[in-house]
Design a protein around this ligand. Structure first.
Ligand SMILES: Cc1cc2nc3c(=O)[nH]c(=O)nc-3n(C[C@H](O)[C@H](O)[C@H](O)COP(=O)(O)O)c2cc1C
Ligand code: SF4
Length: 563
């Protein structure tokens, strides 16, 4: 019968097995010392064995790591492979269509386009056209001969005195601080070369945003960086100073971001360098908090009044909001507020839950927020259903990196798309996913000047511009194949999705697309009925108790087709 000690794992052979490398290092050291009495050359062996002996002694006695304490030296081999895992997977194991968040194919496509290398694909698709994920664009027997190669969209309605003519692909918001000075400068120069816009992100406007003259969209988050007073509140004077400059073409209120909806942020004092402090208008070397919510408004009407004020302070430039869709009644509340006040947003950017970030809590990235397809359709329906679609432009962001991604979002309802990580790939990002550590190997998301040295602004700027141009050419190929000339002619019924092995449907037969004015004329006939009744221009809070309402509709007593 086994003794208690054996049950507890204390038998001698187990101890030897677990400590075998430690024992081997000790034995080798001893052997070398003994043999050194006959020939001193044997002492050289100690050069190898003694470091292992010290390591084993340290591992055996340290108290922080259980595995290492139980398996001195041996446990470190595991950590070594653990560290190597991403590289082995990425360089050796990963298939072309695998890899997260972006597949190898996706990354290679952007790199090839950015570097002006061959971006065509031989021998046919590698996608499984029978899989439930397969989606395709329907084409015409008579393709268009001359599709628009640089399609533009005018943003800014009657309430703007300086509308902006935007490209259908632009650089999504990424702050100076999250990105390095060289990355910001390269992206901005790329935007200038390619005639598209560069969103500043919420970290303010730095000199790197300005030195190359690319069009800027100035994003204002809850920290009001670059336009805040000593208490962290919005400062109209500071906003006006920069928003009225020629470089800024539009301004944007950031409500939320797909990768971390409802999350503020803390920039630790150590990262608040003099340069970042000056750009953000915050005290140097002190922790800097971005609150979860804005202090300049708390209701839908106040949001619009704030937007109107920003428009006025920026001398009539378009003002938009950026959000990841959450509660549907809150989106409808903004529509009701626009109808009630007559103040219109110039544009809305919908960010999908699949969107990127410099750093975010995993739970928020993985679990909170609506993915782009559903979010975009929700906002598109809210605008069309309230008759506001002509006044408010709609943009989309979330893993757009190709002409196909652009075409898909434009068909569903977007006027243009923004891309963040694809533009990072274009200037050299290899998806090492160390953005939050300050050790980015390509100099994009680090403030370390030594690492930024690798990113040569002029070279990478041309790559960003080339990626943009080639992606738009790919889009024009798709538009032409569909027999159309402008991507805004793409419609939901051009997009087909496979549903299982034997069926496929047009996207407008999978998702419900509301007809014009339906939320005004007969909201109860729409699948948004409950959300419409819950929405108010005066408050973001639901105006009805959703639980009994939804319980009733479950029993067929309430509006048809509720979400
Ligand atoms: C490094 C990094 C920094 C970002 N910083 C901001 C930011 O300051 N403000 C913001 O609204 N979104 C920010 N985002 C989100 C992007 O603007 C974009 O909405 C999201 O990444 C989806 O686009 P993608 O899938 O093309 O990356 C950031 C994303 C990344 C990768
Ligand atoms: S190379 Fe890696 S660390 Fe640098 S930006 Fe790309 S994903 Fe982030």
């Amino acid at each position: 019968m086994a003794s208690d000690n054996e049950h507890a794992g204390c038998n001698g052979s187990d101890v030897v097995k677990r400590n075998i490398l430690f024992i081997a290092a000790a034995a080798l050291t001893l052997l070398c010392i003994v043999l050194a009495f006959s020939n001193a050359v044997w002492l050289l062996g100690c050069i190898i064995s003694v470091p292992f002996l010290i390591m084993g002694f340290y591992d055996y006695n340290q108290q922080q790591l259980t595995l290492t304490r139980n398996f001195p030296i041996a446990a470190r081999i595991r950590w070594l492979f653990y560290d190597l895992r991403p590289y082995l997977r990425s360089y050796i194991v990963e298939g072309d269509l695998e890899g997260k968040p972006f597949s190898l194919d996706a990354r290679n496509l952007v790199h090839a386009r950015a570097q002006g290398k061959r971006d065509t694909h031989p021998f046919g698709t590698e996608r499984d056209t029978d899989s439930g994920e397969y989606e395709w664009m329907s084409h015409s027997i008579v393709p268009a001969a001359h599709p628009e190669e640089d399609p533009r969209i005018t943003v800014g309605g009657e309430q703007c005195s300086q509308p902006y003519n935007a490209s259908v692909l632009n650089i999504s918001a990424m702050s100076f601080g999250a990105l390095s000075a060289n990355a910001i400068a390269a992206l901005n120069k790329g935007a200038q070369l390619g005639n598209f816009y560069h969103d500043t992100g919420e970290g303010g406007i730095s000199s790197y945003h300005l030195e190359h003259g690319g069009d800027l969209v100035w994003e204002i988050g809850s920290g009001y960086f670059g336009c805040r007073d000593g208490n962290g509140h919005f400062d109209a004077g500071l906003f006006q100073e920069q928003a009225s400059s020629d470089a800024v073409k539009m301004t944007e209120i950031k409500l939320s971001q797909g990768a971390k909806p409802g999350h503020g942020g803390l920039l630790p004092g150590a990262k608040v360098t003099e340069e970042i402090a000056a750009v953000r208008k915050i005290p140097v070397h002190q922790d800097c908090l971005s609150p979860r919510a804005h202090s300049a408004f708390s209701t839908p009407i106040e949001l619009l009044e704030f937007a109107a004020r920003m428009r006025e302070l920026s001398c009539g430039k378009p003002v938009g909001i950026k959000l990841c869709v959450g509660h549907i009644h809150e989106v409808l509340a903004i529509m009701k507020a626009m109808l009630k006040t007559g103040i219109y947003l110039d544009y809305i950017v919908v960010d999908g839950a699949e969107g990127g970030t410099g750093a975010a809590p995993l739970e928020l990235s993985d679990f909170v927020g609506m993915p782009l397809t559903e979010g975009l359709i929700t906002v598109r329906n809210a605008l069309v259903g309230t008759g506001l679609r002509d006044k408010v432009k709609l943009a989309a962001s979330g893993k757009v990196y190709s002409g196909a991604g652009l075409a898909r979002n434009l068909a569903i309802g977007a006027d243009w798309c923004n891309a963040a990580r694809a533009f990072m790939f274009s200037i050299g990002c290899i998806q090492a996913q160390r953005c939050h550590t300050g050790t980015c190997p390509t100099g994009i998301t680090t403030q370390d000047p030594g690492r930024q040295r690798g990113l040569v602004v002029d070279v990478q700027a041309e790559r960003a511009a080339r990626f943009h141009q080639k992606t738009l050419l790919a889009l024009s190929d798709i538009v032409a194949a569909a027999g159309l000339t402008h991507p805004c002619d793409l419609q939901p019924h051009h997009l087909v999705h496979r549903i299982g092995a034997t069926d496929s449907k047009m996207i407008d037969r999978i998702y419900r697309f509301l007809p014009e004015n339906s939320l005004i004329e007969a909201p109860d006939d729409t699948h948004y009925s409950q959300w419409w009744h819950a929405a108010s221009a005066e408050s973001f809070k639901a105006q009805v108790d959703m639980v009994p309402l939804r319980a009733k509709s479950n029993h067929g007593e309430q509006p048809k087709g509720s979400l």
